[in-house]
Design a protein around this ligand. Structure first.
Ligand code: 5GP
Length: 294
């Protein structure tokens, strides 16, 4: 028979060991060695590290899920933040499995990534570099009512459509999001190609403006929002004036939009400073890939 002090010591050792096992589990989940679905499956074993993992810890270990998003997800799933994975009811467990299946790739990375940022920050160049390095990523092609610039190809850079066609697409609910950008032309993301790519397990990138990013946040709380920021305001002005494709009035209009957009970067999950194109593209890829090493 053991003395009470010894019992307490043994209990403490067990608690320390359990905590260590949970930390290991989280690290494997974070690195992609274990998928979220596998961890949910492991939680069926009573008293295992997975079963004793808090639902809050499980969710925040997944890529791009911080405390705010985690609360929103739990609310949507009607699961209390006090629950541990092993303590979920059958219905709650099914809801969680469905959520994980619908909103993450097998690796746990979010399916949909939105890249926004002020005008002339270099979004286009960073995206081009990203796609050259990682052609498996699907870039959504937007529809727009603006005229093509020299060299732009219909169906590749944009779907250039008339106002009437844009109206029709909206009426038929064909747009995932849309906005009037720089107070002038309309731009929107066709819903179907995004859904098809996501269903095929592809990582999808949307390069859109701030208003569009906010709409995506509402319709898909699990989408990750990435803000591309200029190294400085002066640099942004310089990039805009060397671009040379816009008139003086157009430049002024775009700088005004940029000021508003820069102020909104706190709403985003991640901010990437566009110092060099290569580094920015690689950071973006890591975020899309769930921060895993390549
Ligand atoms: P540009 O006319 O220079 O190609 O694009 C102007 C702005 O429209 C950019 O800031 C770009 O991010 C935004 N944009 C392009 N496509 C879409 C879209 O589908 N939806 C929204 N909301 N903005 C878009």
């Amino acid at each position: 028979m053991k003395f009470p002090e010894q019992n307490r010591a043994i209990g403490l050792d067990a608690a320390v060991a359990a905590r260590r096992e949970r930390a290991e589990l989280k690290s494997k989940l974070r690195s992609g060695e274990l998928t979220p679905l596998r961890v949910i499956e492991m939680a069926k074993v009573k008293k295992s590290a997975a079963a004793t993992l808090r639902i809050t810890d499980f969710l925040t270990t997944l890529p791009a899920i911080g405390p705010v998003k985690m609360r929103r997800i739990l609310e949507g799933l009607a699961i209390s933040d006090k629950k541990r994975l092993g303590g979920l009811g059958v219905i709650q467990q099914t809801r969680l499995i469905n959520w994980v299946t619908e909103h993450t790739t097998g690796s746990g990375a979010p399916v949909l990534t939105v890249l926004a940022g002020p005008t002339a920050v270099g979004k286009g160049t960073v995206v081009k570099q990203l796609l050259a390095d990682h052609p498996e990523i699907q870039l959504s092609v937007s529809a727009t009512t603006r005229e093509p610039r020299p060299g732009e190809v219909d169906g590749k850079d944009y779907f250039f459509v008339s106002d009437e066609e844009f109206d029709r697409m909206l009426a038929q609910n064909e747009m995932l999001e849309w906005a009037t950008v720089h107070g002038k032309h309309r731009y929107g993301t066709p819903r179907k190609p995004v859904n098809e790519a996501a269903a095929a397990g592809k990582l999808v990138l949307l390069e859109i403006d701030l208003q569009g990013a906010r709409q995506v946040r509402k319709s898909d709380p699990n989408a990750q929002l990435v803000f591309l920021a200029p190294p400085s305001w002066e640099e942004l002005e310089r990039r805009l004036s060397t671009r040379g494709t816009e008139s003086a009035t157009e430049k002024k209009r775009r700088l005004n939009t940029a000021k508003v957009e820069l102020a909104a970067q706190d709403e985003f999950d991640h901010v990437i400073v566009n110092d060099t194109v290569e580094a920015a593209a690689e950071q973006l890829f890591k975020l899309m890939n769930g921060n895993k090493q390549v």
